[in-house]
Write a protein that binds this ligand. Structure first.
Ligand code: ATP
Ligand code: MG
Length: 333
């Protein structure tokens, strides 16, 4: 039996702005099982970091959470007291942040910075225990044993990113959120960082939520994928199912925009721009850009189409596929 580790229900996250509230996350539902390697994919501005921050209770003004529930390993995250939050962030959940390499303290050695996290969380280690722990962590993330004695400026971008993964796993959290850990790295190093996350998952049995917009890289790593568009999860499924049979036209376009060296098919870009989240489009938020748009899309919000317990999507096309709507009204834009 799989064990649920994270359960998000009807989550909304807004940002106050002078022009109105930005609805960065809307009515979002997501369940992750222990050991899941979940890839969260979506264009820039679709709300991925906002969702990650909400799970960590790191939404700061002008952001706020008007509604929703987040339960992580039995903890009701949104009602945690400030004093419990510190412990929660690192023993229950840890983040490898977007641009993590800039998050390292430039004037402290790597080993000292990792030790700071232990001390902060009341883990007291003798010098030799600390050295053993550091050696084990370096081995797990594929770094040389002398790295703890170095300063951040002595490391390459990929090495710094692995240090931030080592820091995230140092307290053995239940959930690790890696927010675009490979952006700004070349493709070879990207691959190595993803492999490192894989090794970490295997060794510690952690659940990993990997955020990114590179569908190819995400699919290599993840057993499940969630496709985010304009603050909503429009499709969730196993990576293999999503790749072999995407149900949402947006997912389909994301896949077609990937280069395929075997078939050399034509690359398809995503038409139009992501919508403003202050006044998002009515009906299905993707309808102004959707090549399969038809009558109900601009007015009606699509209902959840459940494929199985863990796979669903939101698209009116399913009503056609279920024979509820006449196929003739489907038009190409
Ligand atoms: N502090 C803020 N104030 C106002 N709007 C914000 C703030 N932070 C984020 N937003 C808006 O919320 C939406 C979601 O942003 P978010 O950073 O979560 O997107 P993302 O999917 O992580 O994008 P990227 O791939 O570029 O990192 C965007 O429209 C963004 O402009
Ligand atoms: Mg982001």
């Amino acid at each position: 039996m799989s064990q649920t580790i994270l359960e998000i229900k009807n989550l909304y996250v807004n940002y106050h702005t002078r022009q109105g509230d930005v609805k960065a996350v809307s009515n979002l539902n997501l369940t992750l099982d222990k050991g899941d390697k979940f890839g969260l994919v979506g264009e820039s501005g679709s709300g991925k970091t906002t969702l990650a921050n909400a799970i960590l209770r790191m939404i700061k003004p002008p952001g706020y959470i008007p509604e929703g529930k987040i339960n992580l390993d039995g903890t009701d995250v949104l009602s945690l007291s400030e004093s419990d939050l510190r412990k929660f962030r690192s023993t229950s959940v840890a983040i490898v942040p977007q641009a993590a390499m800039n998050a390292l303290n430039p004037v402290r050695r790597i080993g000292q910075q990792i030790n700071d996290a232990f001390v902060d969380h009341g883990v007291k280690l003798s010098k030799s225990e600390l050295n053993d722990r550091l050696a084990e962590l370096m081995l797990t993330v594929g770094l040389r044993s002398e790295v703890p004695r170095l300063f951040p400026h002595e490391l390459s971008g990929g090495m710094k990113q692995r240090v931030s993964i080592a820091m995230a796993v140092s307290l053995n959290p239940k959930l690790i959120i890696a927010d675009e850990p490979t952006s700004a790295l070349d493709v070879v190093v990207q691959r190595q960082v993803i492999d490192t996350l894989d090794q970490v998952q295997e060794k510690y049995g952690s659940t990993i939520l990997l955020v990114g917009h590179d569908m190819g890289l995400m699919a290599q790593f993840s057993n499940r994928l969630g496709i985010m568009y304009a603050g909503e999860l429009v499709e969730i499924g196993s990576s293999t199912e999503i790749f072999s049979k995407p149900n949402h036209p947006y997912t389909e376009i994301l896949i077609s925009s990937l280069p395929d060296t075997k078939t050399k098919r034509k690359l398809v870009g995503i038409p139009g721009l992501p919508p403003t989240l202050i006044n998002p489009p009515t009906g299905c938020k993707f309808h102004p850009r959707c090549p399969k748009v038809f009558e109900p899309c601009s007015d009606l919000v699509p209902e959840k189409e459940i494929i199985d317990e863990k796979s669903f999507f939101f698209c009116h096309l399913s009503t056609i596929n279920n024979g509820k709507v006449d196929k003739k009204i489907v038009g190409t834009k």
